[in-house]
Structure formats: structure tokens, C-alpha cells
Design a protein around this ligand. Structure first.
Ligand SMILES: Cc1ncc(C[n+]2csc(CCOP(=O)(O)OP(=O)(O)O)c2C)c(N)n1
Ligand SMILES: [Mg+2]
Length: 272
């Protein structure tokens, strides 16, 4: 990756992180940890890889991004607002009555959200359906789907994984946000996913494992996945929950936190 692009994506990831912190801050509490950990991969996809058009969110051949760990809605909202999918004023309304930005992703409320999510385990099934449909229709779309490491304890993840592997869905790229924490503790202590790569390999996936905060590594992994024919892809993103928010990074209790106004203003340096 050339330096100009790397600098651009690095700065963009910082900016949308701050936007997400502010979005949650306006409500006062929210899922900060899992929003921060996916932000670098989301930035690479939305600002470098995906075939999308914010002016035409439903265009037929668009790439789809499914946030199956739907509680990371604020991460999606930060990116979608920055890209111009919806009015910036909405970003102060997270989770409030009548909002178009519910805490969990809702495809009927927010332009640019391709699938409603929040009940963990379901988004990957929808993504597999979209990938299958795209194959049948001759639609060139790539389907990206983010799942959480805790979410992978859901049986439905493995039903969807089995079908994607068997059908060789090379238009499907699943990204595991392996931040090692779930709602109330360490994933390894509760119901370990290890060895994640071997598991997805056994289901017939093309697997890669990268530092989920290394923009170049994420970019290369997505390119490799897209070049792979006849196999669905799993990219294990080794991430840190809360990454890039100094008040919460890596804390065991950073899943959902209260973020008072003075805290988000200090963190983002936004006082206007
Ligand atoms: C079916 C279902 N069960 C429980 C929950 C409550 N819940 C929301 S987030 C979460 C933890 C998810 O952990 P992980 O997938 O690792 O997410 P991340 O660490 O990225 O936030 C739980 C249990 C839910 N949303 N859906
Ligand atoms: Mg997790």
C-alpha cells in the first residue's frame, strides 16, 4: 500500500473512531468496546475496497457489509455518516425515541445498513443467503460479514459456516472480531473458540489471521480473499476491545460503558 493511502486510511480510522465515541457520548452509554475493535477493518472496507455509492444506497451490484454483532451499530453509523449516507444531525440521536440510529443495526431505519442485527448469530446466515443469491443472479457483489468471538458461540454461526463452506461461496468474506472478550468476561474462560482458524479451515474456508489494527495487513488479507476462487473466506482479526479509546482500551468491562459528556469531549478534543 502506498504511503498516501495508508496515511489517509489511518487518519480516517482515527476520525471515525472519534465520531463513534461522540455518537455514543450523545446518548451517554453504549457498546464502545466492540465498536472500537472493528473500526480499522471497517475503514479499510468502506474507504478502500467496497463497491458502494452513498447517493444510491440500494444499488443492485453494491457490496454488502453485514454487522452481525449488531451492537456495534455506532461504528457503522460513524462511517455511514462520514460517507454521507444520512444527515449528520442524526448522529446526536442514537437510541433516542424516534431515532433513525437505534443502538443495534436496523436496515429499515438507517440508509446504508444492509441487514438488521442484534440477536447474535443471525447476521451470518443472512450474509450467506445474500452470497448465494448473488451467485444465482450473476451479481458481482462481495458480501462482508463481521461476527464477534462471543457471538461465535451461537449454533447458528456454524450452520451458516457449514453451508458457506459446502457451497464454496468465494463472494463471502467473514471477519471475526477476535477481541477475546464477550459481554461479561474472557471468551476463553467462558466457551473458547480456539483454534478459530482451524475450525473454519475444517469447514472448507480459505482462512487468514491478521492483526486487526494493522491497516495494510487487513487490506492485503481482503485482496487475498477476493482472489481466492471456490472458497468462502474467514479473516480472523486479532483485535483489542476498545482499541483507540484511551479510557476503555482492553478493559474487561468495556463492553458497554457510560460515557459522560466531559469524557467524550476530552477524548476527542471536541469542545465546539
Ligand atoms: C442471541 C443473543 N444473546 C445474547 C445477546 C446479548 N449480548 C449482546 S453483545 C453480547 C456479547 C457478544 O460478544 P462478542 O460477540 O465477542 O462481541 P464484542 O466483543 O465484539 O462486543 C451479548 C451476550 C444478544 N444480543 N443476542
Ligand atoms: Mg468479543
Amino acid at each position: 500500500m502506498d504511503k498516501t493511502k495508508l496515511d489517509f486510511l489511518t487518519a480516517k480510522a482515527r476520525k471515525v473512531r472519534d465520531d463513534a465515541i461522540e455518537i455514543i457520548g450523545h446518548f451517554g452509554v453504549g457498546h464502545i468496546g466492540g465498536a472500537m475493535s472493528v473500526m480499522d477493518a471497517l475503514t479499510v472496507i468502506y474507504y478502500d475496497k467496497a463497491n458502494i455509492d452513498p447517493a444510491n444506497p440500494k444499488k443492485q451490484d453494491r457490496d454488502r457489509v453485514i454487522m452481525s454483532k449488531g451492537h456495534a451499530g455506532p461504528a457503522m453509523y460513524a462511517v455511514l455518516a462520514d460517507l454521507g449516507y444520512y444527515p449528520k444531525e442524526w448522529t446526536t440521536t442514537l437510541n433516542q425515541n424516534g431515532t433513525n440510529l437505534p443502538s443495534h443495526c436496523d436496515m429499515n431505519k438507517t440508509p446504508g445498513i444492509d441487514m438488521t442485527a442484534g440477536s447474535l448469530g443471525q447476521g451470518l446466515s443472512a450474509a450467506v443467503g445474500m452470497a448465494l443469491a448473488a451467485k444465482m443472479d450473476g451479481n458481482p457483489a462481495t458480501i462482508y460479514c463481521f461476527i464477534g468471538d462471543g457471538e461465535a458461540q451461537e449454533g447458528q454461526i456454524w450452520e451458516a459456516t457449514m453451508l458457506a463452506g459446502n457451497r464454496g461461496l468465494d463472494n463471502l468474506i467473514v471477519l471475526l472480531d477476535n477481541n477475546k472478550l464477550q459481554l461479561d468476561g474472557r471468551t476463553d474462560d467462558i466457551n473458547s473458540l480456539a483454534p478459530a482458524v482451524d475450525k473454519w479451515k475444517a469447514f472448507g474456508f480459505f482462512t487468514q489471521e491478521v492483526d486487526g489494527h494493522d491497516i495494510e495487513a487487513i487490506s492485503d488479507a481482503i485482496d487475498n480473499a477476493k482472489a481466492q476462487k471456490g472458497k468462502a473466506s474467514m479473516i480472523v482479526l486479532n483485535t483489542i476491545k476498545g482499541y483507540g479509546a484511551s479510557f476503555t482500551e482492553g478493559l474487561a468491562n468495556c463492553h458497554s460503558m457510560s460515557i459522560p459528556e466531559e469524557l467524550w469531549r476530552k477524548e476527542t478534543g471536541r469542545y465546539e
